[in-house]
Design a protein around this ligand. Sequence first.
Ligand SMILES: Cc1cc2nc3c(=O)[nH]c(=O)nc-3n(C[C@H](O)[C@H](O)[C@H](O)COP(=O)(O)O)c2cc1C
Length: 184
Amino acid sequence: MKIAGICGSLRKGSYNWLLLKAAEELLPEGLSLTIASIDELPLYNADLDFPLTTERPETVNIFRDTLAEADGVLIVSPEYNYSIPGGLKNAVDWASRGSDSPLLNKPVALMGASPGLLGTVRMQLAFLPVFQFLNMQVIHKPEVLISQANTKFDEDGNLLDSKAKELISRKLENLKAHLLNNQK
Ligand SMILES: Cc1cc2nc3c(=O)[nH]c(=O)nc-3n(C[C@H](O)[C@H](O)[C@H](O)COP(=O)(O)O)c2cc1C
């Protein structure tokens, strides 16, 4: 089964990118991960979308196709101003349009890392109405909130926190169980 991984940070050396890489290493057997990059997406503009155009921008097609090929989605993101980073929200907006939206009804797991003490909890809460609108199947538990992220990775980018690794593994196991159940 395939999952598409989205990183909400575009920054080199991003803690959330390192967290996504840590999750990839902890993937349970039977799951594979493909990155769905948001880095080159234009700002959402309905003039560039159906039905006002017959062809969406190429980077949008690649992003949507990567999501469409996946059975589930893993989003790993920072919190910006107590909410979802604009680039990530823009990406979700591009993927959300049309009855063939590759996010519609899809299982999703969300994780986040922040140097702060609350580890993206407000970003994760801000995502709930978005997931609700798209009727996504949210793997709520366990919550993966990596606080003080500046202390949690070694110089090679490896996650050091064993409790965090356990939570990530359990979340991915729950996502896998959900995907297996959907196949029945
Ligand atoms: C525009 C902006 C807003 C931010 N707002 C928050 C915030 O609300 N809560 C928080 O914990 N950190 C906030 N931060 C700090 C980020 O958590 C920090 O920059 C983090 O390293 C970003 O994730 P990354 O390392 O994956 O790029 C903000 C950073 C930026 C650039």
